[in-house]
Each structure stands twice: as C-alpha cells, then as structure tokens.
Write a protein that binds this ligand. Structure first.
Ligand code: M6R
Length: 609
C-alpha cells in the first residue's frame, strides 16, 4: 500500500520526507518520489524501485526547501515506472499531488481534461487530480480542492503542494488513512503513524470527508462543505514496531481487518453506476470469443487455489460454462485437454508463484487464452497473461493469505457475472440482486470483525487439541478447505477439511470424543443434509462448532457452539464465512505460541517448483 509523507516548517524538508518514507517501507512499494518548491519552481523527483534509487538520484544535490511531499507507490493503475511514480504534476508544473486509493471515475475525467487541452504523462488514475486542480484553480487552493473532491468518486488520501500557495499544504481523506502530526512551529502529514514518531506523538487522525490545511504555524481541519472541524488530539502511545502494524499485534491481524476496505477497492469502478452490470475494461475479449468459450480451467496454489474452487462453483452456476479447478503443480503434468476455445484463469496474489506460472505457460502454449487474477501489478503472471484482473488488495505481508483470498473471491464473482451477463445465462433481476449484495459485503465483514467473541471461548477450550476437522457441502466445503489450511499453516495444529457427505466413507473413524469439528452450514438449500452430518459426528461425541448464516435457526439445536455470519446471497457466503475461520486460526496460533506472521518452513512467495 502506498505511503505518504509531508512536511512544512523551519527545517530542510527533503531529509525529513525521505526518513518518513523509509519508516513506511514495510507497507510495500515499487517506486517513490518527492516534490518541493525551491526558488519559485516546483521540482519533482521520482524513481522506480527501492527508496535507495531515489536517494541515489538526489545524492549530491543540495536542497533548501522547507516544505514538501513524498510518496512510496504500490502500483494499481499503470505498471511501476518512473513516470507512473508519484508526485504527479499538472501541465504548467504548479501543483504536485500524491495519492493513495483509487479514483474510480478517472477515465471520463481524463477524457474530459484531454478535451480541455491537458497533456497526460502517466497511466495513473492519480494524474487527473493535478490537472483538475489546474483546471479549477482561481486563487484559492482550499476552495479548489473542495471542487475537485466534488468531481471525483472513489477512495483517496491526497496531499497537495502548490506553487501559488507555497506556505500551505492541503490534504484530504476519503476511505484511505491519513494522519496529521502536530509539531512546534512545524507540521507533518503521513499515511501511517510510524513516519511521524521521530518528530511527534501528537496527531489528528483525519476522518472520511475531512480536509487538513497545514501551515508552519498550525493545522486547520474542515469538512467537505468548508466548515471548521474541532479535532481531538490523539496521543500515540505505541512503540515503533507496533505502530507499523497499525496497533495490531501481527500483520496477519491487521490484514484481516483491512478486508472491508480491500473488498471495496476490488469492486471499485467495476460495477455500472446503476448497478445493473459488471464493467471489466481489462478483459477485451470480443463477443464472439466470449461466446466460443466451451471450457474454463482455473489453476493456482494454496489459498489462491481455494479461491479458484469458489470460482468453479460460481462460474458454473451463474454463467453455465464447465469449469475445472486444478492445483497448478498437478495441472501441467496431467496432459489437460486444451484448445483455442479453452479459457484459463490463473489466480496468484504475488503473481510470481513458479507452479502457477508454469501451468499458465503450458496452457497458453497449447492455445488457451489466459486471464490472470493477481494482486501485484506488472508481476510475471500479469505480464504474460492475455488479460489481467487486479485485486487491488494492497500488499500482503503476513505469509498466511487473508485479504488476498477474499479479494480473489470478489474477482471470481465479477468474472462469473461478466460471463453470465454477456452469455445471457442469468435473469437481469437476479444479476442486480447479486450485485447489490456484493456491494454490502464490505460492511458485513466489518460486522463479523466486531462480533467474534465466540471464537475466544472455543480457542480457550481447544488450543491443546492435536487435530480439528472442517466439514461443509458445496461452497461451504471450499471454505472449509481454506479454514483448515489457515489453521495448519499458522497454529501447526493438524486440520482436515472434508465434504460433509464423504465423512462416512472412511474419515468418520477418526471422529472420537472431544475432537473439534467446525461445520459450515451457510447454504439453506443444503441445510437438512448438513444437519444429518452434524448429527453423525455428534453421535461419536465430537464437539461441533457450527458456522451458519443468520436466519438459519435450527442449527442451535444440533451444534455445541454456533457462530453466525450476516445473511447474504448464498453464492457470496464464502467471503463472509471465511472471516471467522481466519480469526480462529489466528487466535489459535497466538494461544499456541507460534510465529504468526512467519510460520515455520513457509515463504510468502514460492518461486521454485
Ligand atoms: O502468491 P500466490 O497467491 O500465487 O501464492 C499461492 C500460495 O503459495 C499461497 O496462497 C499460500 O498457500 C498461502 N501462504 C496460504 O495462506
């Protein structure tokens, strides 16, 4: 996720900004840049790669600027490159902007600005901001920022430096974090607290819709109507290492809590404004090519493969195309039947997993077209695929994948609806219902995160256990597999996921007194069958923790403990039901004392076969 640092005061700005950006490196980035005003000129320096590259560029130069803004970029719109790095300036070099988030309506705005004579240099969504400022500026930067905000849709933390008002830095926030640091005769801005700790612990945490106007002397906060806002000072008590994790004890927990905003970002700009359809501008298949697809393979590894299993279910159900989901390390060696009517979907958070890459190369060699669903812009998988759907989850640091998985699921739903709509396999009303429900998922994940106390009780009782079983049917079985993987991966507890109806064909022999069984029962249509399976394990004295959708009441009668997820369209349940399982694995790992963020024997990106 991008990092922002801004400074205004009596000291040299560049070293302070560079040091602040360094403190934000843990967030992940692929390029960086700074903008300062010196001798009446707005100078922008930016470089692809690590901060060291930017430092090399600045080496030997002397700076006297006492205000400036800086940025570390994690690419979304446009690959990592010098020109796509922030800050972005307007045509005349009067405004410099750094931005985190996504401007959803940047394409029409860009077209309009081009028609007004503006020249764009980068592929980014951010660049529309500097040109909008240039277009609207009439002598008052704050008023201009308010006007720009009125024109844009999406999420942003943006910070602006202007040649016309060099004694001021203006910042605005909507759905992307931004913190003001309050100094003595100097003030700071950052996307995260660690960048401020060397200078101050007194902060304003900006809320959505707020705008901060920084001068040396002070900071004024206003709302989107220009009214003054009284901000309480937030005194940071965390130490630096904890601050990096946003106050959470581990990156994994932080990333679990980032899911609501990550899910919003994945959907951003991909739904028609009237909610009647899906827009995937990145899939440029002709209607003929779409019609001709007669088979889809989804291939991936680990958690990404589990996302692929959900993809198989929903694409088959909604778009009526046969889909096979394959583990990438098996796929290429099993001589899959592929021709030019086959579509391959590869799913990879990192976009660098060797087995996934090899599977994609093999399928393309045999004539398939490939769509990559990945989180890392310009990764190898993204570069080599025919089409790319980015998940925009922001960097995932913990080895255990959480927000990458839920955003991959969102991408699967988008693809399923995209195919269904274009192939006419779904009634328009149902399509609209699913889209409406997809938009609510982010808030529903928040509800789950705020109400997960039942997990603690379970963890206290079962953290000593040697083994746990996860059972479910249909989509619930795919989520059970992800739940079991998560538990194994970070708590080192043995865990197995089974299709609930399959237990009695062998595995039931392992179900004895006290063995915890986590039973997923979110699918109303399969509920009766699940009740029978729960009774089967209860009859062997297992302890059952059921995970059910709100409204499915009878489950209380058969299970020992019940956790509810908010109700949603049944195909969307996996995005919600996996969240308690992620938390369960996390709490279990903490209780058992394992290294949550760096589990033994595992790496974040597996680049060997
Ligand atoms: O980067 P990828 O999505 O291609 O990685 C695939 C797997 O290695 C990954 O999902 C792994 O299973 C996770 N550590 C699970 O939490």
């Amino acid at each position: 996720m991008c990092g922002i640092m801004g400074y205004i005061g009596p000291r040299e700005a560049v070293p302070i900004i560079m040091e602040g950006l360094q403190k934000l490196e843990y967030r992940g980035y692929d390029s960086s840049g700074v903008a300062i005003i010196e001798d009446g000129v707005l100078n922008v320096y930016k470089k692809v790669g690590k901060l060291a590259e930017l430092k090399n560029q600045l080496n030997g130069m002397t700076f006297t600027a006492m205000s400036g803004i800086g940025h570390t970029r994690w690419a979304t719109h446009g690959r990592p490159s010098d020109v796509n790095a922030h800050p972005h300036a307007d045509c005349q070099g009067r405004f410099a902007v750094v931005h985190n988030g996504i401007i959803e309506n940047y394409l029409p705005l860009r077209e309009w600005l081009i028609s007004m004579g503006h020249k764009f240099l980068s592929e980014t969504d951010t660049e529309v901001l500097s040109h909008l400022l240039e277009e609207f500026y009439e002598g008052d930067l704050v008023q201009t920022v308010l006007r720009v905000i009125d024109k844009i849709e999406g999420s942003f933390a943006m910070v602006i430096l202007s040649l016309d008002e060099p004694g001021t830095i203006v910042a605005a926030r909507q759905d992307s974090p931004l913190v003001v640091g309050l100094g003595e005769g100097e003030n700071f801005l950052a996307s995260d607290i660690p960048a401020l700790l060397a200078h101050t612990r007194r902060t304003y945490i900006l809320a959505d819709g707020e705008i901060a106007v920084l001068t040396r002397e002070g900071v004024q906060v206003i709302d989107q109507f220009g009214n003054s806002v009284e901000k309480p000072v937030f005194e940071v008590k965390w130490e630096a290492a904890q601050a990096e994790k946003g106050g959470f004890d581990h990156f994994m927990l932080k990333e679990i809590h980032e899911q609501p905003s990550a899910l919003k970002d994945t959907l951003s700009g991909r739904i028609n404004p009237d909610g009647t359809g899906v827009l995937l501008n990145e899939i440029t298949m002709t209607p003929e090519e779409l019609k001709n697809i007669n088979k889809i393979y989804i291939t991936a590894c680990g958690t990404a493969y589990h996302a692929g299993l959900v993809g198989k279910h929903v694409i088959e159900k909604l778009a009526r195309i046969p889909v096979e989901a394959d583990i990438a390390s098996e796929f290429r060696y099993r001589d899959p039947m592929i021709d030019d009517k086959t579509l391959l979907i590869v799913v990879s958070q990192s976009g660098e997993t060797a087995d996934t890459l090899a599977a994609m190369r093999e399928a393309r060699r045999r004539g398939a077209k490939a769509i990559a669903v990945t989180n890392v812009v310009d990764s190898t998988v993204a570069r080599e695929a025919d089409y790319v759907l980015y998940t925009w989850a922001g960097p995932e640091i913990a080895v255990a994948s959480t927000k990458a998985y839920t955003t991959q699921l969102m991408a699967m739903y988008l693809l399923a609806l995209y195919f269904a709509e274009r192939r006419g396999t779904m009634p328009r009303e149902e399509l609209k219902t699913v889209i409406r429900e997809m938009k609510k998922l982010s808030d529903k994940v928040k509800v789950i995160l705020d109400n997960c106390q039942a997990i603690d009780k379970f963890v206290a009782e079962y953290s000593h256990c040697g083994s746990a079983f996860f059972i479910g049917r249909g989509l619930d079985h795919t989520v059970a597999q992800e739940g079991a993987l998560k538990l194994k991966e970070i708590s080192y507890m043995h865990a197995e996921a089974y299709a609930a109806g399959e237990l009695k064909h062998g595995t039931l022999a392992l179900i004895i007194q006290g063995v915890p069984v986590i039973a997923l029962a979110t699918q109303q249509a399969l509920f009766e069958k699940m009740v029978s399976n729960i009774k089967e394990v209860k009859a062997r004295d297992a302890t059952v923790i059921a995970l059910a959708m709100e409204g499915i009441k009878e489950v209380e009668k058969v299970a020992d403990h019940v956790m509810h997820i908010p109700s949603t369209h049944p195909v969307l349940a996996p995005i919600l039901s996996v969240v308690p399982l992620q938390l369960l694995a996390y709490r279990m790992a903490v209780a058992r004392g394992s290294d949550v963020d760096q589990p033994r024997n595992l790496a974040k990106s597996v680049t060997v076969e």
